[in-house]
Design a binder for this molecule. Structure first.
Ligand code: MEZ
Length: 598
């Protein structure tokens, strides 16, 4: 396989015209999780009918895996909380390379977005006096995380999908976008295929919103399903001329299920942070509550990067379980309370023969979220490429070097609404026509895809993706250093060479073909991760360099990646300062005192 991100242009014009469907819409939203859904609702509210497309069935997206909650400074239980403290916590745990505008917009808009979701029927847990309940979550100064048991993401997506259906927003499922339609100046739609029929599709639209998730599933051990977070969003944007930012920052969630104990199909799947938010304790194989050594004040509720490194260190130094994890125990809490607050966890572990009200779970860190992504302007979603916008996990900026749990769901709705409203103002043409030039570009892409589908070499994309996962886990994992990152880049080059010998078993409706397209997205993103991590000669948040263990003030910069004719180009850019009111909250130094929980 050639690197398709370069090759569609190099596929010679063919006499033969490949049949395809053409769909022309005013706005195309690629991705049907919470960010795409909220942007689409905002568009429809402004009288614009977008088409939302997704790779799965309607209502089934990665959003459903964000279990434990969504942050908003409502102050239901802690009236001292307000949006400036939410912003300060986000900046502090993002180690100050977040985009302050992105953070402030998210924190400021969230209370309204939560009330709106409640009005639309999201069944938030309530306090006895009817307020929206809020739980502790890692490294947040106050109880700020609103929740629906431990199925918050699922309840939120159900609510947004129901709202979108009420508004008659068109949705098309099981379609995979392989490339954006661009003449090098602006984006004018997208190309791809119907995953059920294999038919090629040209989507013509003057406004394209990418809400296609992140790239954490490139790692061997990750919390996503196989077909989610494969790098589609960032890679599509990069291929169309947009910039990426801070791709080296990957969040390792401290508590993923351990495959050796629960079965490989469960390996890396999320054990929600809500378990620790409700008082869950981490214990090593020697029976020690080891967070006392790493973080005596914040304990299990320190930031995810701190807790993940602590668990990894316990395992590395031989104090892990025989299955390669540590224990997470909530059984000291009342049975009824656990069943009410963590019903999905109780049910999932019960199905595996484990009663978490009586015994601990075995957990270890898992790749969970990409803090890095497309570089956008947050009040508009603009990427710098006319006609192309991005939102949700596809983008970088809100979370900086380390994301607070509960802020990903927050970003989707807070920024999704703003982006949808801005895009609605840009719409000029309800159903734009397809030009000859665009038809020719689409033909090149469809020929390239048809050739890819005919690949008859020796190695499958699934094998290559698995090897890529090992490379990233091994060389750009929780701990990194120069030698290992350079080895990772060399191994990535060797893996790229092996793509020339790709074999696809099955047609364009096969998983094999889908994996081959995923691979074409994964390669440039993996390169950006490794090169960004090599370039950043410091430790900050989730990026921990054992050869540069300190945070370096001079590195309070973002790494911006663009695709040039010579390959990926990396440069750095300074970070803006927060507003005076948020700076005041930062200077006040709010901090969670874990011992409130005991
Ligand atoms: O924001 C998240 O990642 C989240 C809510 C995850 C979880 O542990 O439940």
């Amino acid at each position: 396989m050639r690197d398709r991100l370069q090759t569609a242009e190099s596929v010679a014009d063919r006499d033969e015209t490949i049949d395809h469907e053409t769909v022309s819409v005013p706005v195309l939203v690629v991705g049907a999780g919470a960010a795409g859904a909220r942007a689409a609702i905002a568009l429809a509210d402004q009288g614009v009918e977008p088409l939302v497309i997704g790779k799965s069935d309607h209502g089934d997206a990665h959003t459903t895996w964000a279990a434990g909650g969504i942050n908003a400074a409502l102050g239901s239980l802690d009236p001292e909380d307000d949006w400036t403290v939410h912003a300060a916590d986000t900046l502090d745990e993002g180690h100050y390379i977040n985009d302050p505008e992105a953070v402030e917009l998210t924190a400021k808009h969230m209370p309204d977005r939560i009330r709106e979701l409640a009005d639309w029927g999201m069944p938030f847990d309530r306090t006895e006096d009817g307020k929206i309940n809020q739980r502790y979550f890692g490294a947040q100064s106050f109880r700020r995380t609103c929740f629906v048991g431990d199925r918050t993401g699922e309840a939120m997506l159900d609510t947004l999908v129901a709202k979108a259906r009420d508004m008659d927003i068109p949705y098309r499922d099981n379609v995979m976008v392989t490339r954006l339609l661009t003449d090098g100046e602006r984006v004018a739609g997208a190309m791809g295929f119907d995953m059920e029929s294999g038919e090629f599709v040209l989507f013509r639209s003057d406004q394209v919103v990418l809400a296609a998730g992140g790239s954490s599933a490139l790692y061997e051990r990750h919390s996503s399903r196989e077909d989610e977070n494969n790098g589609d969003g960032p890679a599509l944007a990069l291929g169309a001329g947009a910039r990426l930012m801070d791709i080296e920052f990957v969040q390792f969630h401290p508590t993923g299920m351990v495959g050796a104990r629960y079965g490989e199909e469960w390996d890396g799947r999320l054990v929600t942070e809500a378990v620790r938010g409700e008082g869950g304790r981490l214990i090593n194989a020697e029976g020690e509550r080891f967070m006392e050594r790493y973080s005596p004040d914040q304990m299990e509720l320190d930031a995810r990067d701190v807790v993940a490194r602590a668990i990894a260190q316990e395992i590395r130094e031989g104090r892990g379980t025989d299955n390669g994890g540590v224990y997470l125990d909530i059984s000291h809490r009342d049975d009824e309370y656990i069943r009410e607050r963590l019903p999905s966890m109780v049910e999932r572990f019960q199905s595996l023969g484990v009663d978490i009200t009586e015994e601990p779970m075995e957990v270890a860190p898992t790749a969970h979220y990409s803090m890095g992504g497309v570089d956008i302007d947050f009040s508009t979603g603009e990427t710098g490429v006319p006609g192309l916008y991005a939102v949700g996990e596809t983008v970088a900026g809100v979370h900086g070097a380390n994301r607070l749990g509960g802020n990903s769901l927050a970003e989707t709705v807070a920024i999704g609404k703003l982006v949808g409203e801005h895009v609605a103002e840009q719409v000029e043409d309800t159903a734009p026509a397809v030009t000859d030039g665009q038809r020719a570009l689409a033909q090149r892409e469809f020929h390239a895809l048809a050739e890819l589908a005919d690949s008859d070499g020796e190695v499958t994309a699934r094998e290559l993706l698995a090897d890529l996962g090992d490379i990233l886990w091994e060389h750009a994992g929780i701990l990194r250093d120069e030698t290992s990152l350079r080895e990772g880049l060399a191994e990535l080059d060797a893996l790229r060479a092996r793509t020339a010998d790709l074999r696809i078993d099955g047609d364009r409706t096969s998983r094999d073909f889908e994996f081959a397209v995923d691979l074409s997205f994964s390669l440039p993103i993996a390169e950006a991760m490794l090169r960004g991590a090599l370039e950043r000669t410091e430790s900050r948040g989730a990026h921990y360099r054992t050869d540069y263990p300190e945070t370096d003030g001079d590195w309070r910069r973002n790494i911006v990646v663009s695709e040039e004719p010579t390959g990926l180009n990396l440069r750095t850019r300074g970070v803006a300062e927060p507003s005076p009111e948020v700076q005041d909250a930062v200077d006040t130094g709010y901090e969670l005192d874990y011992h409130h929980l005991e």
